[in-house]
Design a protein around this ligand. Sequence first.
Ligand code: PBG
Length: 326
Amino acid sequence: MAFPIQRPRRLRRTEALRRLVRETRISLEQVIYPLFVTVGSGVQEPIGSMPGQYRWSLDRLAPEIESIAAMGIPAVLLFGLPADKDEEASGAWHDHGIVQEALRLIKQVAPDLLSVADTCLCEYTSHGHCGRLDAEGRVMNDPTLELLARTAVSQAEAGADIIAPSDMMDGRVAAIRDALDDHGFDHLPIMSYAAKYASGFYGPFREAADSAPAFGDRRGYQMDPPNRREALREVLLDVEEGADVIMVKPALPYLDIIREVRDALDQPIAAYQVSGEFAMIKAAAANGWIDEQRVAIESLTAIARAGADILITYYAKDLVAWGLQR
Ligand code: PBG
């Protein structure tokens, strides 16, 4: 049966009708807000390429966390800018590292806010790579696992609710799971950046987190953007190793991967609308070329429509301002 019996436009006539038959709805409950924390005091430093995002020192972070929790945003994802960087990334796993201190602070000011700790070394190594280097400057996989596991345990001890490894070393989920279990954290979930691509869309983040590699790039460990089957392989390996939530990153340029993973898995899926995705919308909107609210919500809805349960987005606070409900 087709036209004139079938007329799909009948259900598009009014906003009430459109809402009634809407297939995908996003809500604040599925949102995670990334935050950058830095040493010092009195710091709320704007990040040039990410308008509206800041680097926070702990004293300034406290009221910010209170307001994030009061807005109904359920979770934050923490990245740290340490005082010093070294070959062993000691700022990542130190008891009093910047992220560890921020985690303790969050538990004090907003005990119900979920804190997700990004577990990686690139913000803390002198060379900006996500692991230990050999003499030729290549990231060594297995010797890096121990540092990642140590980082995860110290984040757990500081009160993290979810551990989120983003380094893309092979076997890191198993190594982290093992270490967490050994230290009494068998209840703590791992959200692994499982299909994380070596993407140009991370540009603004590397400025924000001061984590650009001093030489070379991350193509030796992050995934090659043209690959689809490999994403499924990465994801299945992480599930086997004990990942509780699987992440795809970036989000909008990789909707096909999100869908593929959704169809293959029962685990919750997170997608990260990364810094470059955010910056592109901001820049075009600042030029008056697109409607920011409309494009931001359309992007996040598309990411959810592709199959993501959890949306990691720098737009979290704007979503509240735009009236997104819990
Ligand atoms: C750390 C990490 C990165 C991002 C999240 N965790 C940067 C990278 O891999 O270079 C990117 C997030 C963003 O662009 O918003 N490894």
